[in-house]
Design a binder for this molecule. Sequence first.
Ligand code: NIG
Ligand code: FE
Length: 393
Amino acid sequence: MGISELVTPPPGPQRGAAMREVTVIKDAALLVRDGRIAWVGPARESPAVPTEHDLGGVAVVPGLIDPHTHAVWAGDRLGDFEARVAGVPYETILAAGGGIRSSITATAAATVEELVALARPRLMALRQSGATTAEVKSGYGMDFSAELRMLRAIRALQREFSLVSTLLIHVPPTEEREAYVRGVCQELIPLAAAEQLASAVDVFCEAEAFSVEEARRIFLAAQANSLKIKLHADQFHALGGTELACQLGALSVDHLEASGPAQIAALAASGTVATILPGVTLHLGLPAAPGRRLIDAGAAVALGTDLNPGSSPLFSAAMAVALAVRLNGLTPAEALTAATVNAAAALGLSDRGALSVGQRADFLSLRGPDWRELPYTLGTNPVREVFVEGVNQ
Ligand code: NIG
Ligand code: FE
């Protein structure tokens, strides 16, 4: 007994065909010291240690990293859901002042403590589904004090979870848009940077949200304040945001459902990670991001839940892996790489995602001896135990 098989990509990011090259060690052992991996290999060669933990003969994979969530929100979008399944498009609901704008109204009215209490069970569900690190965005605040309350809620939750915080500039106000963008650049970003409330700035670049030019201004302000940049782009229309983000050295561009050959080529030629979000495809019934074509072109593809109330109420990182195989054409090995080392790279992290010496000891034991249960299983949790820095959660 012990570990039937240990499966891991090498430290990342991995691009193109290299995303399929995972290592499989049968009858494996893993040595953890001070929250890091000190040794990994076949159990028969393992060094003698004072304490051993028997994982019960199941498969072990790296902890999943969810590089894209909006886990902090108040209110709900159940009315939107009913309208959408009756045929009203997501963008039409947003243009009419609903959708994201209704989440903004509800979230802006909540205190930091309320936001923390609402987000906690969502993050616990994500962790139980295998996410040992998750990114959480602001973006339902709109007015700056509400945005800062969201970021403070994320900071409070960092005491309980391994989280990366992103300031998201989500949708423009209906009036005084120019003054808003100026305020984002001159007040909100410098404030968030000074209080270290976020490590990156994200923008929603879309017909119903910010233009490419506005995204450029916001990105330049972020970089002037030493923050990294990310982008929501090509969800409905390929407006040029992906190309801009690649040019400016963004960590990642996320969504990509409407990406065509030019956007795929830009991502493949850059160091920017292409993050796909299959929960959105499932929930909105829209085309899938071209995961297969991105990998074949040589891009580094990552994978996330996009957990949010409007476009992806997906509370499982394991299910995101399973969906990427079905909806985006990734192989099981590619999906594992996308959800681990490449997701880490999408957050600017290189210390986690692979089970190799020196990496954080973030790993999962699965329910069975074959790791492929992870991309295979739908509707029940294939993850048995979740270890973060060597500690069972
Ligand atoms: O990543 N598309 C923009 N933002 C989110 C959805 C937010 C919402 O609908 O509340 C996304 O899909
Ligand atoms: Fe999103």
